[in-house]
Design a protein. Structure first.
Length: 452
């Protein structure tokens, strides 16, 4: 039998009355408010008056005060919401519809279920509206945004109660896990950095620097090292196109001067071609995925991760070059740059946590280092949003002395300054920059021969 929208609304409102009624009839021996609160989410109430009553109940319960009709009436009167909540008569009617305290959790689940139905319906309506208004050139992004919204609804249903419970319930399982060696989810290819920071699923790492410090060379080097280790890797290159990225990868792996490759046949020597031919089979077989779209949002990244997980069975290392060029899923033209970057930062952290991917996002620094005598960057130099510092599990700042002092005794060296590390110590690790090969080289590496 098909249930109409009006019937759905009536069933939902009836369940809401039963739930609220049980809370208004709570006794010291059985208080259902905690069970109801665990089952519901913000915005679940279909009837606005019921939402006001529930808010009053939660406030009273949180203050360890009774939640009976007189107490809730007084609380609503104090907040000025009594009439909008239906007045004394409305409260009495709700109380008369109460289910038993033991049934309150069941009916709360029905209330939440119908709320999810409404959210699903609203998401489909927004999807149709987006489809009608979509730019033909941005259809994949429109679909990805709609997919992300639906996945958010699914995630809500899958969350269940695993996020809530007694501390001791999971203690033994956790202690057992400590007795087993857990491999890193990804590697950077820099020996000292990998020793300092064990990359684990769900982490978001921020790599920030002023222009010309080698952010892209670092990011591509990490991606290549991880892919060469056999782990799936995804690179979103918002700043560089396919040709430039490909040239940089060939230059770094084959050790052919970047300017030779850019000149093409007129610049490449026979030795260069021999080096390229030697590395081509390896590069062709890497588990490395590239996305060169200039329109990248968190929803698109989530979609790409899911595609790779379906193909490989593993969450990839994800590199985003770079964060401030990304778009939000909302595409709100009225958003300030601060709001946009704040939203992107938070959503990227959620994507990493939900998918189990390790996400490395590149970011620009402001001109703060230029104002200091030693020119060294600091976390406070991050541009556009303080949320970047807050959301990142680790922050790596790149610095080159020889950029500011060409005669520096440290010419050819780049510092990887681990300025924030939520799960371990901070440190400064030095590597060599070889920008003629578009790469940073691990100074602690001993295994890879210098000549192919």
């Amino acid at each position: 039998m098909t249930v109409t929208l009006d019937q759905e609304q009536a069933i939902s409102v009836d369940a809401e009355r039963r739930v609220l009624g049980a809370c208004l009839m709570a006794t010291p021996s059985y208080d259902p408010v905690a069970d109801v609160e665990q089952a519901l989410r913000e915005g679940d109430w279909a009837e606005p008056a019921h939402a006001l009553v529930w808010s009053a109940v939660v406030r009273l319960h949180g203050a360890s005060r009774p939640t009976g009709v007189p107490a809730v009436e007084a609380e609503l009167r104090r907040s000025g919401d009594l009439e909008r909540a239906g007045g004394v008569v409305g409260l009495s009617q709700i109380a008369s519809a109460a289910c038993s305290g033991a049934e309150a959790g069941h009916y709360a689940g029905i209330v939440h279920g119908y709320a999810q139905v409404r959210r699903y319906q609203q998401a489909l309506v927004r999807g149709m509206q987006s489809a009608r208004q979509a730019d033909p050139l941005t259809v994949p992004e429109t679909i990805a945004a709609h997919q992300a919204e639906l996945e958010y609804l699914v995630a809500d249903e899958q969350a269940d109660d695993d996020t809530f419970g007694r501390f001791g319930d999971h203690l033994d399982a956790h202690l057992d896990s400590l007795a087993v060696s857990v491999p890193a989810a990804a590697i950077t290819g820099f020996t000292d950095l990998d020793s300092l920071m064990k990359l684990m699923p769900g982490q978001m790492i921020l790599v920030a620097a002023r222009p010309a410090m080698g952010k892209s060379a670092f990011a591509l080097g990490v991606a290549l090292a991880n892919a060469r280790a056999g782990a799936p890797t995804l690179v979103h290159s918002l700043e560089m196109g396919r040709a430039e990225v490909t040239n940089r990868v060939i230059s770094a792996r084959a050790r052919v001067a970047f300017h030779h490759i850019r000149e093409g046949v007129d610049g490449l020597t026979q030795e260069d071609w021999d080096r390229i031919d030697l590395r081509t089979p390896e590069l062709r077989g890497l588990p490395l995925w590239m996305d060169y779209s200039a329109r990248v949002s968190p929803a698109r990244i989530r979609s790409r991760i899911k595609s790779i997980v379906r193909e490989t069975g593993r969450a990839p290392l994800v590199v985003v070059d770079y964060l401030q060029l990304m778009q939000t899923d909302q595409r709100n033209s009225r958003q300030s740059n601060y709001e946009r970057v704040t939203e992107i930062s938070r959503e990227l952290k959620i994507v990493a946590s939900d998918t189990g991917a390790v996400l490395i996002a590149l970011a620009q620094l402001n001109r703060g280092p230029e104002q200091r005598q030693d020119k060294k960057p600091a976390v406070s130099d991050l541009r556009d949003s303080g949320a970047l510092e807050q959301d990142a599990d680790a922050i790596i700042l790149l610095h080159r002395d020889d950029y500011y002092e060409p005669d520096s005794p440290r010419a050819g060296e780049t510092d990887l300054i681990v300025a924030k590390h939520r799960n371990g110590p901070t440190a400064t690790i030095t590597c060599a920059h070889q920008f003629h090969y578009s790469r940073l080289r691990d100074m602690a590496a001993t295994g890879e021969p210098e000549h192919p």
